[in-house]
Design a protein around this ligand. Sequence first.
Ligand code: PMP
Length: 350
Amino acid sequence: MRDWEANIRKVTPYVPGEQPKRTDVIKLNTNENPYPPSPKVAEALRQISAEPMRKYPDPEARMLVEAIAREEGVCPEQIFVGVGSDDVLAMIFLTFFNSQKPILFPDITYSFYDVWADMLRIPYEQQPLDKDFEIVARDYDKENGGVIFPNPNAPTGALLGLETIDDILSHNQDVIVVVDEAYIDFGGSTCTGLLDHYENLIVVKTFSKSRSMAGMRIGYAIAGEKLIRYLSDVKYSFNSYTMNQTAIALGTEAALDHAYFEETRQKIIATRENAKKELKKLGFSFPDSQANFLFVTHKRVPAAELFAALKEQGIYVRYFNKPRIDNYLRITIGTDEEMERLFEFLREYL
Ligand code: PMP
């Protein structure tokens, strides 16, 4: 080994779900929204000209921040935007998780959390979900350097009620608590109402799922003004211009089209509830998901086998070859037609 190799920051990166080159597939593997973004986004895209791109974008992304603040019913100083919620979460880890004590998150959860913790040398302890894949609130009472969990959790889809979130917060008032609400719009209640009671709470949301804009990369944090200022200081010490002009313009349109957001999220909820019935009939069981995916296991056929058989048919779902969940598949909710194709194949195969 050469001397310089000892000084390299070596990391095991996060592996995102596959984006197949083929377009003739049914893509239920990365929790994307099956519906296009708001028609107002398409309209705004037609109005965009290249000329302003010679200038830097607004470093504060003020137009987008104000639209999100209006939608969330908070003031713009309580919003921090980033390049997808992954960017926002990475900034949060960097800014707030600097204790010698371990941060706490579930053992089965978004698999980027341990990657950021490892990369940034943040100690962490994973708290096991119970046998029904539920977060156990009491596991988060111990001393720690911060707490983070998604609600609903990923990849299980299980939702914690607001009283449980309140309970976890009431036992963790001396550290930053982050609730990652990437999937909250598919049936849960946002915990932003708790921001008035807990100045240490940060809620993170994204345009990637319920606003159909994964490809545009827009995410945000909502918190008290003081935490947002700390977060912005770190971001401006890293890269002033994370949000490009197109993302700012199109994200603003998506944020303001509340009617379209309601219509598409209700369609996905209805499709998911029907999928629960169909998959149960086929012999699957799963936590009661309130997200845009189901985390399913079959009573007879191993998940790895089903994953391969589905892929062969051009139906992509997600399989995690990890302890406790290696007999489960995460199936994103697609359109009714896509889900029917999935059920048809499963009826035949099983
Ligand atoms: N949090 C959770 C729980 C997720 O599943 C995802 C999607 N991979 C994200 C955050 C990040 O989403 P994005 O960066 O697209 O906003």
